[in-house]
Design a protein around this ligand. Sequence first.
Ligand code: ATP
Length: 359
Amino acid sequence: MSENNFLELKNIYKYFGDVKAVDNISISIKRGELISFIGPSGCGKTTLLRTIGGFNKQDAGEIILDDENIDALPPEKRSTGMVFQNYALFPHMTVYDNVAYGLKQAKVPKAERHDRIMTALSQVELRDHGKRKPSELSGGQQQRVAIARCLVLEPKVLLLDEPLSNLDANLRLSLREEIRRIKEKLNLTVIFVTHDQEEALSISDRIAVLNGGVIQQLDQADRIYNYPSNKFVSTFVGQANFFTGHLQEGKEGLYFDTGTVTFPVERLQKADGEAMAIGEKATVLVRPERIKINTSSPIKGKVVNTIYNGNFTRYFIELEDETVLVDAFNTMDNKTYQKGDVIGMELPTSPHVINDTVS
Ligand code: ATP
């Protein structure tokens, strides 16, 4: 087995009646990798996770884990530990007994059990909380117990279904760090389902963006953000401005012409790696922070709204009949603009060409 395909999903399909929840998904996951599945509600991320864990049976395709086809195995025999959104701890049992439960089921001898429980509790930094009941713990601590309960069974893959969604913002941030720390320390392979794109960007080695049961893009976070493969990924992860136009060549070099604005560009590359031809039509993506406010730019627009975000301000700028978003980083003394101001915008010379043209 190569370390690069520790967990392999091969052409997985899953139907619920007429609904194709998972539509021919294939992924190879490395040992020790943390992959997030993200996408809008109903895109199939939970179904795919449950299929890996054995809680659903796929209608077609194979799942190979560590060189073994696990399709015929029930969840408890798969070496996949699943942590659910609502923790599913036993409320009447202590933390220690909650963690012990799976080991007892697996008939692990008592002496070995104790060592493994204490190790798992240490891994989530709850060694001193074994005697408490779940109701005596914070939400974040309860979620760590749920993780310990999986870790104690030494799974080859940890499956996390929106594990942080019941927690407040600060706890979410610290538990994200914790999950990454545990994953690094144990070289654990983790699949993380979330609908929160920012969470996925910050925690993942790679992200699979799903829509309609299909993987739209599987890539590292910065690639997903900077080089999304299509319009869907561009808008699902981050804010997007699209400009549809033609590449042209003039006396001063290449420029992009949308009919409303023109701006100089370098040689633009399409998603397939080919250079765009002169005269060719395309849609380019420009993230709001890549537009510079520059009074001498000939591209002028009127500020129609502003949102102050602390470290940056988002401007909504009317440009003909479109609204362009511009994010300006705030320093203590930078100039800010108000509704009604007219500002100049400098567009980047190497915008990202996306596959589908936006009409
Ligand atoms: P969410 O973010 O809302 O949890 P999701 O991306 O996890 O969404 P899934 O729960 O995987 O989406 O659902 C994918 C599709 O399959 C949806 O259309 C859903 O209605 C359908 N579906 C999921 N589970 C079942 C089920 N047990 N019976 C019937 N249809 C189902």
